[in-house]
Design a protein around this ligand. Structure first.
Ligand code: F6R
Length: 613
Protein backbone atom coordinates (compact mmCIF):
# COMPACT_ATOMS: atom_id res chain seq x y z
CA UNK A 1 0.00 0.00 0.00
CA UNK A 2 1.04 3.62 -0.35
CA UNK A 3 4.08 4.76 1.58
CA UNK A 4 4.70 8.22 2.96
CA UNK A 5 7.88 9.91 4.09
CA UNK A 6 8.58 13.54 4.96
CA UNK A 7 11.53 15.53 6.27
CA UNK A 8 12.01 18.86 7.97
CA UNK A 9 15.45 19.97 9.18
CA UNK A 10 18.65 21.49 7.90
CA UNK A 11 19.68 18.83 5.40
CA UNK A 12 18.69 18.58 1.74
CA UNK A 13 15.42 16.66 1.84
CA UNK A 14 15.72 14.96 -1.58
CA UNK A 15 18.20 12.14 -0.78
CA UNK A 16 16.49 11.52 2.56
CA UNK A 17 13.11 11.20 0.86
CA UNK A 18 14.46 8.83 -1.78
CA UNK A 19 16.18 6.71 0.87
CA UNK A 20 13.00 6.61 2.97
CA UNK A 21 10.89 5.67 -0.06
CA UNK A 22 13.32 2.86 -0.91
CA UNK A 23 12.83 1.48 2.57
CA UNK A 24 9.07 1.63 2.02
CA UNK A 25 9.28 -0.17 -1.34
CA UNK A 26 8.34 -3.44 0.34
CA UNK A 27 4.83 -2.12 0.98
CA UNK A 28 4.14 -2.44 -2.77
CA UNK A 29 3.73 0.46 -5.24
CA UNK A 30 3.40 1.33 -8.89
CA UNK A 31 4.55 4.96 -9.03
CA UNK A 32 6.36 7.46 -6.84
CA UNK A 33 6.90 11.16 -6.34
CA UNK A 34 8.32 13.88 -4.12
CA UNK A 35 7.71 17.57 -3.45
CA UNK A 36 10.20 19.96 -1.83
CA UNK A 37 10.43 23.61 -1.01
CA UNK A 38 13.06 25.34 -3.11
CA UNK A 39 13.53 28.99 -4.17
CA UNK A 40 10.28 29.98 -2.40
CA UNK A 41 8.25 27.54 -4.49
CA UNK A 42 7.06 23.96 -4.32
CA UNK A 43 8.71 21.64 -6.82
CA UNK A 44 7.45 18.16 -7.59
CA UNK A 45 8.89 15.17 -9.45
CA UNK A 46 6.86 12.07 -10.25
CA UNK A 47 7.45 8.84 -12.14
CA UNK A 48 5.56 5.69 -12.99
CA UNK A 49 7.17 2.38 -12.11
CA UNK A 50 10.07 1.73 -9.79
CA UNK A 51 11.93 4.35 -7.77
CA UNK A 52 14.84 3.98 -10.15
CA UNK A 53 12.81 5.99 -12.67
CA UNK A 54 12.45 8.81 -10.14
CA UNK A 55 16.17 8.66 -9.36
CA UNK A 56 16.99 8.83 -13.09
CA UNK A 57 14.72 11.83 -13.42
CA UNK A 58 16.49 13.55 -10.52
CA UNK A 59 19.89 12.69 -11.98
CA UNK A 60 19.13 14.51 -15.22
CA UNK A 61 17.04 17.26 -13.70
CA UNK A 62 18.61 17.99 -10.31
CA UNK A 63 16.51 19.17 -7.40
CA UNK A 64 17.51 20.29 -3.92
CA UNK A 65 15.33 21.68 -1.19
CA UNK A 66 13.77 21.34 2.24
CA UNK A 67 11.42 20.46 3.78
CA UNK A 68 9.97 17.76 1.57
CA UNK A 69 7.40 14.98 1.30
CA UNK A 70 7.54 11.76 -0.72
CA UNK A 71 5.17 8.98 -1.68
CA UNK A 72 5.00 5.54 -3.22
CA UNK A 73 1.54 4.94 -4.70
CA UNK A 74 -0.41 1.68 -4.90
CA UNK A 75 -3.20 2.57 -7.30
CA UNK A 76 -6.81 2.57 -6.11
CA UNK A 77 -8.54 5.52 -7.79
CA UNK A 78 -7.10 5.88 -11.27
CA UNK A 79 -4.48 3.81 -13.12
CA UNK A 80 -0.76 4.05 -12.30
CA UNK A 81 0.29 7.13 -14.30
CA UNK A 82 2.26 10.30 -13.78
CA UNK A 83 -0.86 12.42 -13.43
CA UNK A 84 -2.23 10.12 -10.70
CA UNK A 85 1.05 9.90 -8.78
CA UNK A 86 1.41 11.90 -5.60
CA UNK A 87 2.15 14.63 -4.48
CA UNK A 88 -1.02 16.35 -5.68
CA UNK A 89 -1.32 20.12 -5.75
CA UNK A 90 -4.11 22.64 -5.32
CA UNK A 91 -5.11 24.95 -8.19
CA UNK A 92 -2.50 27.58 -7.28
CA UNK A 93 0.31 25.00 -6.85
CA UNK A 94 0.97 26.36 -3.33
CA UNK A 95 -0.24 23.29 -1.45
CA UNK A 96 1.16 19.77 -1.95
CA UNK A 97 -0.24 16.58 -0.44
CA UNK A 98 0.73 12.93 -0.20
CA UNK A 99 -1.94 10.54 1.05
CA UNK A 100 -2.45 6.94 2.08
CA UNK A 101 -6.06 5.77 2.55
CA UNK A 102 -9.28 6.52 0.70
CA UNK A 103 -11.43 9.66 0.86
CA UNK A 104 -14.81 7.99 0.49
CA UNK A 105 -16.82 11.15 -0.22
CA UNK A 106 -14.30 12.45 -2.75
CA UNK A 107 -16.76 12.44 -5.66
CA UNK A 108 -19.23 14.65 -3.83
CA UNK A 109 -16.41 17.00 -2.75
CA UNK A 110 -14.92 17.04 -6.23
CA UNK A 111 -18.31 17.90 -7.81
CA UNK A 112 -18.73 20.72 -5.35
CA UNK A 113 -15.21 22.06 -5.92
CA UNK A 114 -15.54 21.79 -9.70
CA UNK A 115 -18.79 23.72 -9.54
CA UNK A 116 -16.87 26.39 -7.62
CA UNK A 117 -14.29 26.61 -10.44
CA UNK A 118 -11.56 24.16 -9.31
CA UNK A 119 -9.86 22.17 -12.06
CA UNK A 120 -8.67 18.64 -11.32
CA UNK A 121 -5.71 17.08 -13.09
CA UNK A 122 -5.92 13.49 -11.83
CA UNK A 123 -8.46 10.70 -11.27
CA UNK A 124 -7.53 10.32 -7.62
CA UNK A 125 -9.55 10.84 -4.47
CA UNK A 126 -6.47 12.50 -2.91
CA UNK A 127 -6.52 15.56 -5.14
CA UNK A 128 -9.64 16.91 -3.40
CA UNK A 129 -7.58 17.48 -0.24
CA UNK A 130 -5.26 20.30 -1.41
CA UNK A 131 -8.20 21.84 -3.28
CA UNK A 132 -10.40 21.72 -0.19
CA UNK A 133 -7.67 23.40 1.86
CA UNK A 134 -7.25 26.01 -0.88
CA UNK A 135 -10.99 26.66 -0.79
CA UNK A 136 -11.00 26.99 3.00
CA UNK A 137 -8.11 29.48 2.81
CA UNK A 138 -10.04 31.52 0.23
CA UNK A 139 -13.16 31.30 2.38
CA UNK A 140 -11.41 33.07 5.24
CA UNK A 141 -9.61 30.41 7.27
CA UNK A 142 -7.22 32.20 9.59
CA UNK A 143 -4.16 30.28 8.51
CA UNK A 144 -3.10 27.00 6.90
CA UNK A 145 -3.64 24.92 10.02
CA UNK A 146 -7.17 26.26 10.41
CA UNK A 147 -7.90 25.57 6.72
CA UNK A 148 -6.51 22.04 7.02
CA UNK A 149 -8.64 21.26 10.06
CA UNK A 150 -11.76 22.59 8.36
CA UNK A 151 -10.98 20.54 5.25
CA UNK A 152 -10.35 17.34 7.23
CA UNK A 153 -13.64 17.71 9.06
CA UNK A 154 -15.37 17.62 5.69
CA UNK A 155 -13.81 14.35 4.55
CA UNK A 156 -15.09 10.82 5.16
CA UNK A 157 -12.84 7.80 4.93
CA UNK A 158 -9.26 7.19 5.92
CA UNK A 159 -6.09 9.19 5.58
CA UNK A 160 -2.47 9.43 6.50
CA UNK A 161 -1.39 12.77 5.08
CA UNK A 162 1.79 14.74 4.59
CA UNK A 163 1.42 18.32 3.32
CA UNK A 164 3.56 21.31 2.36
CA UNK A 165 2.39 24.90 2.06
CA UNK A 166 4.42 27.30 -0.07
CA UNK A 167 3.89 30.22 2.32
CA UNK A 168 5.35 28.27 5.27
CA UNK A 169 8.75 27.13 3.99
CA UNK A 170 9.83 25.54 7.28
CA UNK A 171 6.82 23.36 8.01
CA UNK A 172 5.31 19.95 7.24
CA UNK A 173 1.73 19.21 8.22
CA UNK A 174 0.72 15.63 8.90
CA UNK A 175 -2.62 14.07 9.78
CA UNK A 176 -3.89 10.61 10.54
CA UNK A 177 -7.28 8.92 10.53
CA UNK A 178 -7.43 5.19 10.01
CA UNK A 179 -4.14 4.84 8.06
CA UNK A 180 -0.76 4.50 9.77
CA UNK A 181 1.53 7.49 10.20
CA UNK A 182 4.36 8.17 12.61
CA UNK A 183 6.46 11.20 13.48
CA UNK A 184 10.16 10.50 13.99
CA UNK A 185 12.35 12.69 16.21
CA UNK A 186 16.03 13.09 15.32
CA UNK A 187 18.61 15.75 16.29
CA UNK A 188 17.01 19.05 15.32
CA UNK A 189 15.22 17.32 12.48
CA UNK A 190 11.89 15.58 12.22
CA UNK A 191 10.33 13.02 9.91
CA UNK A 192 6.98 11.59 9.06
CA UNK A 193 6.69 8.06 7.71
CA UNK A 194 4.30 5.18 7.22
CA UNK A 195 6.43 3.03 9.46
CA UNK A 196 9.57 3.10 11.60
CA UNK A 197 11.99 1.16 9.31
CA UNK A 198 11.66 3.91 6.65
CA UNK A 199 13.48 6.43 8.88
CA UNK A 200 15.18 4.15 11.38
CA UNK A 201 18.69 5.46 10.67
CA UNK A 202 17.80 9.04 11.57
CA UNK A 203 15.58 8.93 14.63
CA UNK A 204 15.78 8.10 18.32
CA UNK A 205 12.17 8.55 19.34
CA UNK A 206 8.83 8.21 17.68
CA UNK A 207 5.28 9.49 18.12
CA UNK A 208 2.56 7.13 16.90
CA UNK A 209 -0.11 9.60 15.84
CA UNK A 210 -3.61 8.67 16.98
CA UNK A 211 -6.65 8.75 14.74
CA UNK A 212 -7.98 12.30 14.53
CA UNK A 213 -4.63 13.97 15.23
CA UNK A 214 -2.56 16.37 13.17
CA UNK A 215 1.13 17.15 13.66
CA UNK A 216 2.93 20.35 12.76
CA UNK A 217 6.63 19.73 12.24
CA UNK A 218 9.22 22.53 12.14
CA UNK A 219 13.03 22.36 12.51
CA UNK A 220 12.66 23.38 16.16
CA UNK A 221 9.96 20.96 17.23
CA UNK A 222 6.69 19.13 16.73
CA UNK A 223 3.22 20.08 17.96
CA UNK A 224 0.35 17.58 17.94
CA UNK A 225 -3.29 18.70 17.93
CA UNK A 226 -6.71 17.11 17.66
CA UNK A 227 -9.22 17.95 14.95
CA UNK A 228 -10.64 20.70 17.18
CA UNK A 229 -7.23 22.39 17.08
CA UNK A 230 -6.48 21.69 20.76
CA UNK A 231 -2.88 20.79 21.58
CA UNK A 232 -2.43 17.25 22.87
CA UNK A 233 0.56 15.79 24.69
CA UNK A 234 1.93 13.01 22.50
CA UNK A 235 3.53 9.90 24.00
CA UNK A 236 7.19 9.62 22.94
CA UNK A 237 8.44 6.09 22.42
CA UNK A 238 12.10 5.16 22.20
CA UNK A 239 12.96 3.27 19.04
CA UNK A 240 14.54 -0.03 20.00
CA UNK A 241 14.98 -1.60 16.58
CA UNK A 242 18.64 -1.93 15.52
CA UNK A 243 19.26 -0.22 12.15
CA UNK A 244 20.68 -3.52 10.75
CA UNK A 245 17.24 -5.10 11.26
CA UNK A 246 16.02 -3.24 8.19
CA UNK A 247 19.06 -4.15 6.02
CA UNK A 248 19.62 -7.25 3.86
CA UNK A 249 22.76 -8.20 5.79
CA UNK A 250 24.46 -9.87 2.83
CA UNK A 251 21.46 -11.95 1.73
CA UNK A 252 20.33 -11.61 -1.87
CA UNK A 253 16.79 -10.73 -0.78
CA UNK A 254 14.98 -9.71 2.40
CA UNK A 255 12.82 -12.80 2.08
CA UNK A 256 15.84 -15.13 2.21
CA UNK A 257 17.24 -13.19 5.15
CA UNK A 258 13.92 -13.46 6.97
CA UNK A 259 13.66 -17.19 6.28
CA UNK A 260 17.11 -17.56 7.87
CA UNK A 261 16.15 -15.43 10.86
CA UNK A 262 13.46 -17.90 11.94
CA UNK A 263 15.52 -19.99 14.37
CA UNK A 264 16.60 -16.85 16.24
CA UNK A 265 13.12 -15.31 16.24
CA UNK A 266 11.50 -18.49 17.60
CA UNK A 267 14.20 -18.99 20.22
CA UNK A 268 13.74 -15.43 21.46
CA UNK A 269 9.98 -15.78 21.66
CA UNK A 270 10.25 -19.06 23.51
CA UNK A 271 12.87 -17.77 25.94
CA UNK A 272 10.78 -14.73 26.68
CA UNK A 273 7.68 -16.68 27.62
CA UNK A 274 8.84 -20.08 28.87
CA UNK A 275 10.27 -19.70 32.37
CA UNK A 276 13.11 -21.69 33.93
CA UNK A 277 10.43 -23.77 35.65
CA UNK A 278 9.27 -24.86 32.19
CA UNK A 279 6.06 -22.98 32.47
CA UNK A 280 4.59 -20.60 29.90
CA UNK A 281 3.82 -17.18 31.32
CA UNK A 282 2.37 -14.41 29.21
CA UNK A 283 2.55 -11.31 31.39
CA UNK A 284 2.61 -8.93 28.43
CA UNK A 285 -0.54 -10.42 26.99
CA UNK A 286 -2.50 -8.63 29.71
CA UNK A 287 -5.26 -11.22 30.05
CA UNK A 288 -5.02 -13.04 33.34
CA UNK A 289 -5.57 -16.57 34.57
CA UNK A 290 -9.04 -15.95 35.99
CA UNK A 291 -10.19 -14.64 32.65
CA UNK A 292 -8.99 -17.76 30.81
CA UNK A 293 -10.56 -20.01 33.44
CA UNK A 294 -14.06 -18.81 32.75
CA UNK A 295 -13.60 -18.35 29.01
CA UNK A 296 -15.90 -20.41 26.73
CA UNK A 297 -15.51 -19.08 23.22
CA UNK A 298 -12.77 -17.66 21.04
CA UNK A 299 -13.24 -15.88 17.70
CA UNK A 300 -10.11 -15.32 15.61
CA UNK A 301 -10.00 -13.01 12.62
CA UNK A 302 -7.16 -12.32 10.18
CA UNK A 303 -6.22 -12.24 6.48
CA UNK A 304 -3.84 -14.10 4.18
CA UNK A 305 -0.92 -15.78 5.84
CA UNK A 306 -2.09 -14.62 9.26
CA UNK A 307 -5.36 -16.45 8.57
CA UNK A 308 -3.44 -19.68 8.08
CA UNK A 309 -1.73 -19.04 11.42
CA UNK A 310 -5.13 -18.51 13.04
CA UNK A 311 -6.40 -21.80 11.57
CA UNK A 312 -3.42 -23.50 13.18
CA UNK A 313 -4.20 -21.68 16.42
CA UNK A 314 -7.78 -22.93 16.33
CA UNK A 315 -6.71 -26.56 15.78
CA UNK A 316 -4.17 -26.28 18.58
CA UNK A 317 -6.52 -24.66 21.09
CA UNK A 318 -9.22 -27.20 20.31
CA UNK A 319 -6.66 -30.00 20.69
CA UNK A 320 -5.48 -28.79 24.08
CA UNK A 321 -8.56 -27.20 25.66
CA UNK A 322 -12.32 -27.57 25.51
CA UNK A 323 -12.78 -24.04 24.18
CA UNK A 324 -15.05 -23.46 21.19
CA UNK A 325 -12.83 -21.71 18.65
CA UNK A 326 -13.88 -20.17 15.37
CA UNK A 327 -11.80 -18.46 12.69
CA UNK A 328 -12.77 -16.15 9.88
CA UNK A 329 -11.27 -13.91 7.26
CA UNK A 330 -11.45 -10.20 8.05
CA UNK A 331 -13.11 -9.40 4.73
CA UNK A 332 -15.89 -11.93 5.41
CA UNK A 333 -16.31 -11.52 9.13
CA UNK A 334 -17.13 -7.83 8.97
CA UNK A 335 -19.99 -8.38 6.52
CA UNK A 336 -21.69 -11.35 8.12
CA UNK A 337 -23.70 -11.33 11.31
CA UNK A 338 -21.32 -12.99 13.73
CA UNK A 339 -22.60 -14.02 17.14
CA UNK A 340 -20.33 -11.98 19.34
CA UNK A 341 -21.07 -12.04 23.01
CA UNK A 342 -19.38 -10.45 25.95
CA UNK A 343 -17.84 -13.77 27.00
CA UNK A 344 -16.07 -14.18 23.63
CA UNK A 345 -12.34 -13.55 23.41
CA UNK A 346 -11.71 -11.92 20.05
CA UNK A 347 -8.23 -12.61 18.68
CA UNK A 348 -6.85 -10.50 15.82
CA UNK A 349 -3.79 -12.01 14.14
CA UNK A 350 -1.69 -9.65 12.06
CA UNK A 351 1.93 -9.00 11.21
CA UNK A 352 1.43 -5.30 10.48
CA UNK A 353 -1.41 -4.50 12.86
CA UNK A 354 -2.83 -2.27 10.12
CA UNK A 355 -4.71 -4.62 7.76
CA UNK A 356 -7.98 -2.78 7.11
CA UNK A 357 -10.32 -5.80 7.18
CA UNK A 358 -8.83 -7.27 10.35
CA UNK A 359 -8.84 -3.87 12.03
CA UNK A 360 -12.49 -3.23 11.11
CA UNK A 361 -13.42 -6.67 12.49
CA UNK A 362 -11.55 -5.93 15.71
CA UNK A 363 -13.48 -2.68 16.08
CA UNK A 364 -16.74 -4.53 15.49
CA UNK A 365 -15.83 -6.92 18.29
CA UNK A 366 -15.08 -4.00 20.59
CA UNK A 367 -18.49 -2.51 19.87
CA UNK A 368 -19.97 -5.83 21.04
CA UNK A 369 -17.92 -5.57 24.24
CA UNK A 370 -15.71 -8.57 23.51
CA UNK A 371 -12.30 -8.71 25.13
CA UNK A 372 -9.73 -8.20 22.35
CA UNK A 373 -6.31 -9.88 22.17
CA UNK A 374 -4.00 -9.05 19.27
CA UNK A 375 -1.20 -11.33 18.14
CA UNK A 376 0.85 -8.75 16.35
CA UNK A 377 4.39 -7.91 15.21
CA UNK A 378 4.38 -4.11 15.15
CA UNK A 379 4.43 -2.11 18.37
CA UNK A 380 2.33 1.04 18.19
CA UNK A 381 0.21 -0.28 15.32
CA UNK A 382 -3.51 0.41 15.17
CA UNK A 383 -4.53 -3.08 16.31
CA UNK A 384 -2.13 -2.98 19.24
CA UNK A 385 -3.59 0.32 20.34
CA UNK A 386 -7.18 -0.84 20.01
CA UNK A 387 -6.68 -4.10 21.95
CA UNK A 388 -7.13 -4.98 25.61
CA UNK A 389 -4.17 -7.31 25.44
CA UNK A 390 -1.28 -7.97 23.07
CA UNK A 391 0.93 -10.97 22.46
CA UNK A 392 3.86 -9.65 20.41
CA UNK A 393 5.42 -11.98 17.87
CA UNK A 394 8.70 -10.02 18.15
CA UNK A 395 9.97 -11.10 14.75
CA UNK A 396 11.49 -7.66 14.01
CA UNK A 397 10.72 -5.70 10.83
CA UNK A 398 9.50 -8.00 8.05
CA UNK A 399 10.41 -6.32 4.78
CA UNK A 400 9.89 -9.10 2.21
CA UNK A 401 6.28 -8.82 1.02
CA UNK A 402 5.73 -12.56 1.40
CA UNK A 403 5.46 -13.30 5.08
CA UNK A 404 7.84 -15.93 6.50
CA UNK A 405 9.30 -15.23 9.93
CA UNK A 406 6.15 -13.44 11.05
CA UNK A 407 4.17 -16.59 10.19
CA UNK A 408 6.33 -19.02 12.16
CA UNK A 409 6.39 -16.50 15.03
CA UNK A 410 2.57 -16.47 14.95
CA UNK A 411 2.59 -20.28 15.10
CA UNK A 412 4.97 -20.16 18.06
CA UNK A 413 2.77 -17.53 19.74
CA UNK A 414 -0.20 -19.90 19.40
CA UNK A 415 1.88 -22.79 20.75
CA UNK A 416 2.70 -20.68 23.83
CA UNK A 417 -0.80 -19.26 24.22
CA UNK A 418 -2.44 -22.67 24.02
CA UNK A 419 -0.04 -24.09 26.63
CA UNK A 420 -0.71 -21.18 28.93
CA UNK A 421 -4.49 -21.38 28.58
CA UNK A 422 -4.54 -25.18 28.90
CA UNK A 423 -2.51 -25.06 32.12
CA UNK A 424 -4.53 -22.25 33.66
CA UNK A 425 -7.71 -24.20 32.90
CA UNK A 426 -6.09 -27.35 34.28
CA UNK A 427 -6.58 -29.16 30.99
CA UNK A 428 -2.96 -30.34 30.86
CA UNK A 429 -0.68 -31.43 33.66
CA UNK A 430 2.59 -29.75 34.60
CA UNK A 431 4.39 -32.77 33.20
CA UNK A 432 2.61 -32.45 29.86
CA UNK A 433 3.45 -28.76 29.76
CA UNK A 434 7.13 -29.54 30.42
CA UNK A 435 7.21 -32.13 27.64
CA UNK A 436 5.72 -29.71 25.16
CA UNK A 437 8.07 -26.90 26.07
CA UNK A 438 10.99 -29.28 25.58
CA UNK A 439 9.60 -30.15 22.18
CA UNK A 440 9.21 -26.47 21.25
CA UNK A 441 12.79 -25.83 22.38
CA UNK A 442 13.97 -28.24 19.66
CA UNK A 443 12.23 -26.33 16.85
CA UNK A 444 14.92 -23.65 16.17
CA UNK A 445 17.59 -26.35 15.64
CA UNK A 446 15.24 -28.34 13.44
CA UNK A 447 14.74 -25.23 11.29
CA UNK A 448 18.53 -24.82 11.08
CA UNK A 449 18.68 -28.34 9.75
CA UNK A 450 16.08 -27.43 7.08
CA UNK A 451 18.09 -24.39 6.09
CA UNK A 452 21.14 -26.57 5.63
CA UNK A 453 19.13 -28.65 3.14
CA UNK A 454 18.45 -25.59 0.97
CA UNK A 455 20.47 -26.91 -2.00
CA UNK A 456 18.43 -30.10 -2.12
CA UNK A 457 15.19 -28.06 -2.00
CA UNK A 458 16.51 -25.77 -4.73
CA UNK A 459 17.15 -28.78 -6.98
CA UNK A 460 13.55 -29.95 -6.47
CA UNK A 461 12.20 -26.45 -7.18
CA UNK A 462 14.31 -26.27 -10.36
CA UNK A 463 12.76 -29.51 -11.56
CA UNK A 464 9.12 -28.61 -10.92
CA UNK A 465 8.83 -24.85 -11.30
CA UNK A 466 7.82 -24.62 -14.94
CA UNK A 467 4.41 -26.35 -14.81
CA UNK A 468 1.31 -24.16 -14.94
CA UNK A 469 0.03 -25.30 -11.58
CA UNK A 470 0.83 -27.16 -8.35
CA UNK A 471 -1.28 -28.77 -5.65
CA UNK A 472 -0.42 -28.73 -1.93
CA UNK A 473 -2.01 -31.31 0.37
CA UNK A 474 -1.97 -31.63 4.14
CA UNK A 475 -4.16 -32.84 6.98
CA UNK A 476 -5.05 -31.64 10.46
CA UNK A 477 -2.31 -29.33 11.81
CA UNK A 478 -0.66 -29.38 8.41
CA UNK A 479 -3.77 -28.44 6.47
CA UNK A 480 -2.98 -24.73 7.13
CA UNK A 481 0.64 -25.55 6.21
CA UNK A 482 -0.56 -26.74 2.79
CA UNK A 483 -2.57 -23.53 2.34
CA UNK A 484 0.41 -21.44 3.35
CA UNK A 485 2.83 -23.35 1.09
CA UNK A 486 0.53 -22.81 -1.90
CA UNK A 487 0.10 -19.12 -1.05
CA UNK A 488 3.87 -18.59 -0.81
CA UNK A 489 4.38 -20.29 -4.15
CA UNK A 490 1.76 -18.33 -6.05
CA UNK A 491 2.63 -14.95 -4.58
CA UNK A 492 6.32 -15.02 -5.36
CA UNK A 493 6.74 -17.46 -8.28
CA UNK A 494 3.38 -16.67 -9.98
CA UNK A 495 2.90 -20.40 -10.57
CA UNK A 496 -0.75 -21.15 -9.86
CA UNK A 497 -0.94 -23.23 -6.69
CA UNK A 498 -3.82 -24.61 -4.70
CA UNK A 499 -3.72 -25.71 -1.06
CA UNK A 500 -6.19 -28.40 -0.05
CA UNK A 501 -7.15 -30.60 2.85
CA UNK A 502 -5.82 -33.91 1.53
CA UNK A 503 -9.09 -35.71 2.23
CA UNK A 504 -10.93 -33.23 0.01
CA UNK A 505 -8.80 -34.03 -3.03
CA UNK A 506 -11.13 -36.75 -4.23
CA UNK A 507 -14.04 -34.29 -4.14
CA UNK A 508 -12.70 -32.22 -7.00
CA UNK A 509 -9.01 -31.41 -7.45
CA UNK A 510 -8.18 -35.04 -8.28
CA UNK A 511 -9.50 -34.20 -11.76
CA UNK A 512 -6.42 -32.03 -12.27
CA UNK A 513 -3.90 -34.75 -11.57
CA UNK A 514 -1.87 -36.09 -14.47
CA UNK A 515 1.78 -36.78 -15.19
CA UNK A 516 2.59 -33.05 -15.30
CA UNK A 517 1.08 -32.00 -12.00
CA UNK A 518 3.44 -31.45 -9.02
CA UNK A 519 1.64 -32.42 -5.81
CA UNK A 520 3.34 -31.37 -2.59
CA UNK A 521 2.22 -33.80 0.12
CA UNK A 522 2.93 -33.02 3.78
CA UNK A 523 3.12 -36.42 5.37
CA UNK A 524 5.35 -36.02 8.42
CA UNK A 525 5.08 -39.09 10.59
CA UNK A 526 2.91 -39.19 13.66
CA UNK A 527 1.54 -41.83 15.99
CA UNK A 528 -2.00 -41.35 14.89
CA UNK A 529 -4.10 -42.17 11.88
CA UNK A 530 -3.47 -38.91 10.03
CA UNK A 531 -0.18 -40.22 8.65
CA UNK A 532 -1.81 -43.39 7.28
CA UNK A 533 -4.59 -41.35 5.69
CA UNK A 534 -2.03 -39.05 4.11
CA UNK A 535 -0.17 -42.02 2.67
CA UNK A 536 -3.47 -43.26 1.16
CA UNK A 537 -4.01 -39.85 -0.45
CA UNK A 538 -0.50 -40.00 -1.88
CA UNK A 539 -1.26 -43.42 -3.33
CA UNK A 540 -4.30 -41.90 -5.03
CA UNK A 541 -2.04 -39.27 -6.60
CA UNK A 542 0.53 -41.90 -7.57
CA UNK A 543 -2.15 -44.02 -9.26
CA UNK A 544 -2.90 -41.02 -11.49
CA UNK A 545 0.80 -40.40 -12.27
CA UNK A 546 0.95 -37.12 -10.34
CA UNK A 547 4.47 -35.96 -9.46
CA UNK A 548 4.66 -36.23 -5.68
CA UNK A 549 7.01 -34.05 -3.67
CA UNK A 550 6.76 -35.40 -0.12
CA UNK A 551 7.60 -33.48 3.04
CA UNK A 552 8.34 -36.45 5.29
CA UNK A 553 10.01 -37.31 8.57
CA UNK A 554 13.71 -38.20 8.42
CA UNK A 555 14.21 -41.79 7.32
CA UNK A 556 10.61 -42.44 6.21
CA UNK A 557 11.23 -45.05 3.52
CA UNK A 558 7.54 -45.67 2.94
CA UNK A 559 6.89 -42.08 1.88
CA UNK A 560 10.08 -42.15 -0.21
CA UNK A 561 8.85 -45.22 -2.09
CA UNK A 562 5.73 -43.35 -3.25
CA UNK A 563 7.18 -39.89 -3.90
CA UNK A 564 9.17 -38.71 -6.92
CA UNK A 565 11.08 -36.30 -4.67
CA UNK A 566 11.34 -36.12 -0.92
CA UNK A 567 12.29 -33.39 1.52
CA UNK A 568 13.12 -34.85 4.90
CA UNK A 569 12.43 -32.89 8.05
CA UNK A 570 13.42 -33.69 11.65
CA UNK A 571 10.85 -35.49 13.77
CA UNK A 572 8.81 -33.54 16.30
CA UNK A 573 5.37 -33.71 17.93
CA UNK A 574 2.66 -33.64 15.27
CA UNK A 575 1.10 -30.45 16.60
CA UNK A 576 4.40 -28.57 16.30
CA UNK A 577 5.47 -30.03 12.95
CA UNK A 578 3.97 -27.08 10.95
CA UNK A 579 6.68 -24.81 12.37
CA UNK A 580 9.31 -26.92 10.64
CA UNK A 581 7.40 -28.14 7.59
CA UNK A 582 6.49 -24.66 6.44
CA UNK A 583 10.17 -23.71 6.21
CA UNK A 584 10.63 -26.41 3.55
CA UNK A 585 7.69 -24.90 1.65
CA UNK A 586 9.02 -21.34 2.00
CA UNK A 587 12.32 -22.47 0.46
CA UNK A 588 10.54 -24.44 -2.27
CA UNK A 589 8.56 -21.34 -3.23
CA UNK A 590 11.66 -19.17 -2.96
CA UNK A 591 13.73 -21.24 -5.34
CA UNK A 592 10.83 -21.70 -7.76
CA UNK A 593 10.50 -17.90 -7.85
CA UNK A 594 14.23 -17.52 -8.38
CA UNK A 595 14.13 -20.00 -11.26
CA UNK A 596 11.20 -18.11 -12.78
CA UNK A 597 13.06 -14.81 -12.42
CA UNK A 598 10.47 -12.86 -10.44
CA UNK A 599 11.02 -9.88 -8.17
CA UNK A 600 10.91 -11.91 -4.95
CA UNK A 601 10.83 -9.13 -2.37
CA UNK A 602 8.29 -7.08 -4.31
CA UNK A 603 5.97 -9.45 -6.16
CA UNK A 604 3.72 -7.78 -8.72
CA UNK A 605 0.45 -6.24 -7.49
CA UNK A 606 1.06 -7.17 -3.86
CA UNK A 607 1.30 -4.81 -0.91
CA UNK A 608 2.80 -5.54 2.47
CA UNK A 609 0.38 -3.65 4.63
CA UNK A 610 -3.11 -3.79 3.14
CA UNK A 611 -4.69 -0.66 4.53
CA UNK A 612 -7.64 -0.57 2.12
CA UNK A 613 -10.60 -2.96 2.06
C1 F6R B 1 1.32 -13.28 2.42
C2 F6R B 1 1.08 -12.10 3.20
C3 F6R B 1 -0.31 -11.59 3.30
C4 F6R B 1 -0.57 -11.07 4.72
C5 F6R B 1 -1.96 -10.43 4.81
C6 F6R B 1 -2.28 -9.97 6.22
O1 F6R B 1 2.66 -13.64 2.39
O2 F6R B 1 1.99 -11.53 3.74
O3 F6R B 1 -1.23 -12.56 2.94
O4 F6R B 1 -0.47 -12.15 5.61
O5 F6R B 1 -2.01 -9.33 3.95
O6 F6R B 1 -1.33 -9.07 6.67
P1 F6R B 1 -1.12 -8.77 8.22
O7 F6R B 1 -0.56 -10.00 8.83
O8 F6R B 1 -0.18 -7.61 8.25
O9 F6R B 1 -2.47 -8.44 8.78
Amino acid sequence: MCGIVGYVGNRDAVPLLIDGLKRLEYRGYDSAGIAVHSDAHLHTRKCVGRLRALEDNLATNALRGRPGIGHTRWATHGEPSEKNSHPHLDGSARIAAVHNGIIENYQELRDELQAAGHTFLSDTDTEVIPHLVEQELAAGAEHFEDALLRALRRTRGAYALGMLFQDEPDTIYAARLGSPLIVGLGDNEYFIASDVPAILNHIRQVIYLNDGEIAILKPDGVVVKNLEGETVQPALKTVDIAPEAAERAGFETFMLKEIHEQPRVLRTLLERHATKQNRVELPEAGVNGDYFKQLRRVMMVSCGTAYHAAMYGKFLLEHMTNLAVETDLGSEFRYRSPRLEQDTLFVAVSQSGETADTLASLRLAREKNCRVLSICNVPGSSMVRDSDAVLYTEAGPEIGVASTKAYTAQLMAFALLSLHIARVREEITEEQERERIASLAGIPDAIHYMLERADHIRAIADKHHDGPSALYLGRRFNYPTALEGALKNKEISYQHAEGYAAGEMKHGPIALINEYMPVVCICTKTDDEVYEKMISNMKEVEARHGRIIAIATDGDRHAASIAEDIIYVPETREEYSPLINVVALQLLAYYAAQARGTDIDKPRNLAKSVTVE
